[in-house]
Design a protein around this ligand. Structure first.
Ligand code: AHR
Length: 495
């Protein structure tokens, strides 16, 4: 599903600020029960499910992460606090008109951004992106132009980034970057089925033919790279998987949830549909791709895919009507959206067996956890669950059972196989009532509860206002835990 299917933390650190607001009931008549089975691992959770995305779009890069003095320090510290392991660039839709050679070296042309409007002086390009990724500790993930670009141009980019001693590697060195960047993740195009965009490959067979050629030239430059192929609706995916599976490491899926006007709970229905979509794509992968590729001709001159095909949710997020800025993409996220983000992150953990990576669209100003004006920046509500999940959740998904007749809780359970710590991530989407939860798990000692909440589901963090998000940490010594209305709790204990 893509966009056509819908329609303060001020410092970068969790502060635990007490928030004035309506006092909610501390005790509840509502109950639920969760049983955790740490011995039953259901999938390895890829650290790359916590990725981010930046695009040459509106104020995402220029006026967001970068200004004419260089990287904005106030923004950089907030992006660093997100601890993202993976950063996707340069698009998005702009991929269809982006030529990477414009963004390197001393003389960079100013071009019209034909997709999103305005001019791009290309002061932020490949080397700046690599430096930014290094500063935030993320692996870079590049998308190549399959519409107005060529396979040779894409292969040259692989050479520029990963080559050692040939022409484009020499150019990288001349530009001051001696060591190869070792870029592993390469997306072949973006939403190529989207008719409205400047793409030329709306027929899956056109995409398949071209993707083979791109893959060949790019893999001949560096056989170690992983390829992300464009996914779309069922029929498109079937053909892509059947015909490209020997060289397709990931099939992409773009998921944007939204809220029906006046019905905040509808956001969770929309997000639930996303999980259905993920399972449907997983079923297609199972049906149309073998786990291992056999009989791959040696005349391709590079190895076939080595691991099972995984889903790349290389754009996911919440996209409501009525934002500001370019194409209404500057969104104000309230606390209900933060509950949505936590629900999404639970879904990714529950479906860890099939999700290889996920990059939230996007990072700064555009559909973003971080907003800026000319001199200051702020973390929106959605920043907080992103930061908390990345910091606390385990690397293996474990089984659980839940009975919740209120239909308000969403949970995911994981274990960190190095520390032996189990994590129960709970989102209470009930906007009015707390829920008393009985948690059955064989743990040593007590639970530590990390709790996030805000005065109401409508609460927002803005550049002008105080931080509305409250973080608390407390010890829970019994099996009974009360999760406050509209809150997120991550409970941890040792098994
Ligand atoms: O994230 C904004 C836009 O949404 C991306 O450019 C495009 O790929 C998607 O439709």
């Amino acid at each position: 599903m893509n966009r056509r299917s819908f329609m303060k933390m001020n410092t970068g650190l969790l502060t635990g600020v007490m928030v004035p607001g309506t006092v909610k009931k501390l005790f509840s008549n509502k109950t639920a029960e969760i049983t955790v089975h740490p011995e039953t691992v259901t999938g390895d959770i890829s650290p790359n499910i916590y990725g981010q995305f930046i695009e040459h779009l509106g104020r995402a890069i220029y006026g967001g992460i970068y200004d004419e003095k260089g990287f904005r320090k106030d923004v950089l510290s907030k992006v660093q606090a997100l601890h993202t392991p993976l950063m996707r660039y340069p698009g998005g839709t702009v991929t269809k008109i982006y030529h990477w050679k414009d963004g390197i070296g001393q003389n960079r042309p100013v071009r019209k951004n034909l997709i999103w409007g305005g001019n791009d002086n290309n002061h932020f390009g490949t080397d700046e992106f690599m430096e930014y990724s290094r500063l935030i500790g993320a692996d870079p993930f590049l998308t190549v132009n399959m519409s107005t670009g060529t396979a040779e141009e894409a292969a040259d980019w692989v050479e520029y980034c990963n080559g050692a001693d040939t022409y484009y590697a020499g150019l990288r060195k001349q530009n001051g970057h001696e060591q190869p960047y070792k870029v592993k993740y390469w997306g072949l195009g973006n939403e190529e089925a989207a008719k409205e965009d400047a793409g030329t490959l709306q027929d899956p067979q056109d995409y398949i033919k071209k993707a083979w050629y791109y893959a060949k030239l790019m893999k001949l430059q560096d056989p170690e790279i992983a390829l992300i192929m464009v996914g779309d609706k069922e029929n498109w995916n079937k053909q892509i998987l059947q015909e490209l599976h020997p060289i397709c490491d990931y099939i992409s899926l773009h998921l944007y949830a939204s809220t029906k006007p006046g019905d905040p709970a509808s956001l969770f229905t929309s997000i639930a549909e996303m999980e259905t979509n993920i399972r449907a794509t997983a079923a297609q992968i199972k049906a149309f791709t073998p786990e291992k590729v056999t009989n791959f001709s040696k005349w391709y001159r590079f190895p076939a895919r080595q691991q099972p095909v995984k889903i790349a949710l290389d754009e996911w997020g919440i996209w409501e009507a009525g934002g500001e800025g370019a194409y209404g993409l500057e969104m104000k996220y309230n606390w209900n959206h933060a509950l949505g983000v936590a629900t999404f992150l639970n879904i990714f953990q529950r479906n860890a067996d099939v999700i290889g990576l996920a990059t939230w669209a996007q990072t700064v100003n555009v559909l973003a956890p971080i907003m800026t004006d000319a001199t200051s920046s702020v973390c929106q509500t959605i920043f907080y669950p992103m930061e908390l999940y990345r910091r606390l959740c385990g690397n293996r998904s474990i089984a659980n059972e839940m009975s919740d007749t209120n239909n308000a809780l969403d949970i995911a359970t994981s274990i960190n196989d190095k520390t032996g710590m189990i994590t129960v991530a709970i989102v209470n989407r009930d906007s009015k009532d707390a829920i008393d939860v009985k948690i059955n798990a064989k743990i040593t000692g007590s639970w530590t509860a990390h709790e996030l909440n805000a005065p109401s589901i409508d609460a927002v963090n803005t550049l002008k206002g105080p931080n509305v998000v409250d973080y608390k940490q407390r010890t829970v010594n019994s099996k009974n835990y009360t999760i406050a209305a509209h809150s997120i709790a991550i409970l941890q204990a040792r098994v």
